[in-house]
Design a protein around this ligand. Structure first.
Ligand SMILES: [Mn+2]
Length: 426
């Protein structure tokens, strides 16, 4: 009895454009820009190293319209490596690479099966006496798939181990478009042994008499796709028993890195604390690179320096990240405040007195509010209507906007005044 082994991946989104405007660092943009290809090479390497029988790709292999001949050529080269090693490839198309969308494609080598817009089955020839393996698949014909697809699949083949590929948003999550909706309960009772799913970029697995696996995107593209990313190495025995092995393949992982600046009084101490946090994120990382979104918070007398010199701190963080190696700063967010009276700061501090005067006496007054609202109204009238509606949808929205702008303005003024007086602390 020999095991049938395969790798299941989905949502590779080859050569997808960079989503994050924060990737302004050209070297970081290059790293993330090439990562989808490098990760696909890793997936192929994994198939060859593990000598698997097949690779299953459950949709959105291409990102869509941007697909160029270079992408097609790259993919063709990689598929050929698998073909040469005798690894079969099963591909379905998802909403990004629906059959109607991808026209510039090279003829795949033998052994690569791209399922069409009608459900098909494919039996894998095995040694005598081995239980048959039947692979089922169905591609998105068009980018939209509002109806569930499960009913269109062929029934499971009796006596065989049935494996299905499906691109689906499952039960869906609020606020997201629905693609081929389907419940895990329906999949579990379908008589299939393994469902190789794609579409949702976050990994999830359900094990039991039917294994339902959503491997997630193998390489995150922005902070919304944070953490290590993986594919699944599956081994199935003739008695139907399965083993699922998550294999991290991501080149770079996005991570939120929090730095608590509470109590810090000198700039070098702050930089040192940032370096420690980045070093820890790097040691925790399962990928080669960490792309960090630094978030600095807490009550510190450096709050105003941080606010005024955020660009300098960003550069400091980048330089520390570079010293650690394979660590990048995607963005630096700061939400620090000066220690308040409760934190035992001298309430006679003139800057503190000025802050209270601005926030309690001036900004709160009706005359000031009326005048500020007039200025903001004038500015808004010069913006396109859609911007106006987003910024201030109604009178209450306008009042809120003015309040926020005043608070930020007051903090800016104070930051400049206060940081000037304690620059010596750096
Ligand atoms: Mn999709």
């Amino acid at each position: 009895m020999s095991a049938f082994r395969f790798v299941h991946a989905a949502d590779v989104h080859l050569d997808s454009p960079l989503l994050s405007l924060a990737l302004r660092n050209p070297r970081l943009a290059e790293l993330i820009g090439n990562a989808s290809r490098q990760v696909f090479v890793r997936i192929v390497d994994l198939c060859l190293d593990e000598r698997v029988d097949a690779l299953l790709l459950a949709g959105d292999l291409y990102d869509g319209d941007q697909t160029s001949m270079k992408t097609a050529r790259f993919l063709s080269e990689q598929l050929r490596r698998l073909h040469t090693a005798g690894v079969r490839v099963f591909i379905i198309r998802g909403n990004h690479d629906a059959l109607s969308k991808i026209t510039k494609e090279l003829v795949p080598p033998d052994g690569v099966r791209v399922f069409g817009g009608r459900a098909e089955t494919f039996e894998i020839l095995r040694d005598r006496g081995d239980r048959p393996i039947v692979v089922h698949g169905l591609s998105f014909a068009k980018p939209q798939a509002p109806e569930g697809l499960l009913g269109r699949y062929r029934p499971p083949v009796e006596g065989a181990i049935n494996i299905g590929l499906m691109h689906t948003s499952l039960d869906g999550s609020p606020g997201h478009d629905v693609y081929a909706p389907c419940s895990t309960a329906d999949l579990a009772s379908s008589g299939f042994r393994y469902w190789a799913l794609g579409h949702i970029h976050k990994r999830s697995t359900t094990e039991g008499s039917c294994a339902i696996v959503m491997p997630g995107i193998p390489q995150g593209r922005d902070i919304g796709e944070s953490g290590p990313k993986s594919v699944t190495l599956v081994s199935v025995l003739d008695d139907g028993s399965f083993s699922l092995d998550e294999r991290v393949v991501s080149m770079a992982q996005f991570e939120r890195v929090a730095v608590d600046a509470s109590g810090l009084v000198t700039w070098p101490d702050l930089v040192a604390r940032i370096e420690i946090a980045l070093g820890e994120a790097s040691s925790r990382s399962a990928s080669d690179h960490v792309v960090a979104r630094l978030s600095i918070s807490g009550a510190t007398s450096l709050a105003w320096n941080i606010r005024r010199d955020a660009d300098l701190l960003h550069t400091e963080a980048e330089s520390r990240a570079e010293a650690i190696g394979n660590v990048w700063i995607e963005k630096l967010e700061t939400d620090c405040r000066r220690p308040t009276i409760a934190d035992r700061v001298d309430s006679a501090d003139p800057v503190e007195v000025l802050r209270r005067t601005m926030s309690d006496d001036i900004v709160e007054s009706e005359e000031f509010q009326a005048e500020a609202q007039g200025i903001v109204r004038d500015l808004l009238s010069q913006l396109p209507p859609e911007c106006r509606r987003t910024l201030a949808p109604d009178d209450a929205g306008l009042a809120l906007l003015v309040k926020q702008l005043c608070e930020e303005g007051a903090e800016e003024v104070l930051a400049r005044l206060a940081a000037g007086s304690i620059d010596g602390a750096r």
